[in-house]
Design a protein. Structure first.
Length: 400
């Protein structure tokens, strides 16, 4: 075993033998260079744990060429400093090698949890977010080594896509909670905590009574031009406040005419009952049934439901002068009519199938309108009484 200060000259001069040969640095005890019979040169540190009679450990720093002698010396000083502080870098390195990476565990999360327990559309969205926005470098990191700064950096990189950034953050938060639950991370260590989401402009478009009238006129006018299933789907969407997927995938065996409701075994919020008002029942009654097709909104393919409602909707909304209205805005409009009629947020949330009260809270300002009207009326009557006058309802026939 030769001893010399490891620098470019001595490393370049080190020759291969029949077996591994070692050159030790004569200044930094434990810092060495291994030369294999094939001539490969690798820097390492060697140390002892457990005192003079303890076991010898060796940690590879890196190959010569990838690491310069100066870089290897810096790494060796750091590692030997860790040893002096009571740590065991070799054991920590083995532990890190046994720890699954974020990418490997994310794949397991998708298979064991997302695909097995969530709706297929939700699973597809989770996979899309993971594929597009969780970069390779983060995927290669050990799951236990991911810190809040790493997630914050990822979230910041999506500042130009605030909606996607927030959805990716939500996905990762669920993933890290799952990792804690299954023992891959310490409890309470979710690195997504306390990362502030980007503000999102909530787009709420409600059809006014005049706009609803125009939409109804166009649907009547185009009933001999468009497919009856297109017209029926749009009417059901606005009359029930249902989600597009709920109406397009509705089957006849889920329609309960006796109880005036739809019984959906699987929706965004799991099992769901959608109550049918008389106009909605009339739409369903008038829809033709296609032999061999179980779907209410039948598509062109045999036995399939209608897939694309967007193209006919663009034609219809343009004719009605509603070019800025999305199909989902029909659901908002249903809720706005309910709120304006004085229905409580609890009732509106139940009708729409919201699982969280905060989802319904977007309609709070609309639900307040009938309360304001009632308050104005009450206040006016009180003011009249306090002025010593009486509020009198005149019979239009009086005095005639």
């Amino acid at each position: 075993m030769a001893k010399s200060r490891l620098n470019k000259r001595t490393v370049d001069a080190a020759e291969a033998g029949d077996a591994d040969t070692y050159v030790w640095d004569d200044e930094l005890i434990g810092f060495g260079l291994k030369v294999t019979p094939a001539g490969r040169k690798v820097y390492f540190v060697q140390y002892r744990v457990g005192g003079r009679n303890g076991r010898t450990r060796r940690v590879t720093i890196g190959p010569h060429g990838v690491k310069t002698p100066e870089q290897a010396r810096t790494d060796a000083k750091r590692l030997l400093g860790d040893v002096a502080a009571g740590r065991d870098p070799a054991a920590e390195k083995r532990s890190a090698a046994d720890t699954p990476t974020l990418g490997r565990l994310l794949d397991q999360f998708m298979t064991d949890h997302v695909d097995a327990k969530l709706r297929s559309s939700t699973a597809a969205e989770y996979r899309r977010l993971a594929r597009l926005y969780i970069d390779v470098r983060l995927r290669r990191r050990p799951i236990t080594g991911i810190e809040r700064a790493d997630i914050a950096k990822l979230h910041l990189s999506l500042k130009d896509k605030p909606y996607q950034g927030n959805r990716t953050l939500a996905l990762l938060s669920k993933f890290f909670n799952w990792s804690e639950k299954h023992g891959y991370r310490d409890q309470g260590s979710n690195p997504c905590r306390h990362i502030e989401k980007y503000p999102e402009d909530s787009r709420e478009r409600f059809l006014s009574p005049a706009e609803l009238a125009r939409l109804g006129e166009v649907l009547d006018r185009r009933k001999d031009i468009e497919s009856p299933f297109v017209i029926g789907a749009l009417r059901l969407l606005v009359l029930t406040g249902s989600r597009l997927s709920e109406i397009l995938t509705l089957r006849w065996d889920q329609v309960d005419f006796d109880q005036s409701c739809l019984r959906l075994p699987m929706s965004k919020t799991r099992k769901k009952v959608i109550y049918l008002n008389p106009p909605a029942i009339e739409v369903l009654t008038d829809l033709p049934r296609v032999e061999g097709n179980p779907y209410v909104i039948a598509g062109e393919r045999k036995g399939a439901h209608l897939v694309n409602l967007q193209k006919p909707w663009r034609r219809i909304r343009h004719e009605a002068g509603l070019d800025d209205v999305r199909i989902h805005d029909l659901r908002h409009s249903y809720a706005s009519v309910a709120a304006a009629a004085g229905q409580s947020l609890v009732v509106i949330g139940a009708l729409l199938g919201h699982s969280q009260p905060q989802t319904t809270s977007r309609y709070a300002h609309l639900a307040a309108d009938p309360l304001r009207a009632a308050n104005d009326s009450i206040g006016g009557q009180i003011a009249v009484a306090m002025q010593g006058r009486h509020s009198v309802d005149l019979d239009p026939d009086d005095g005639q």
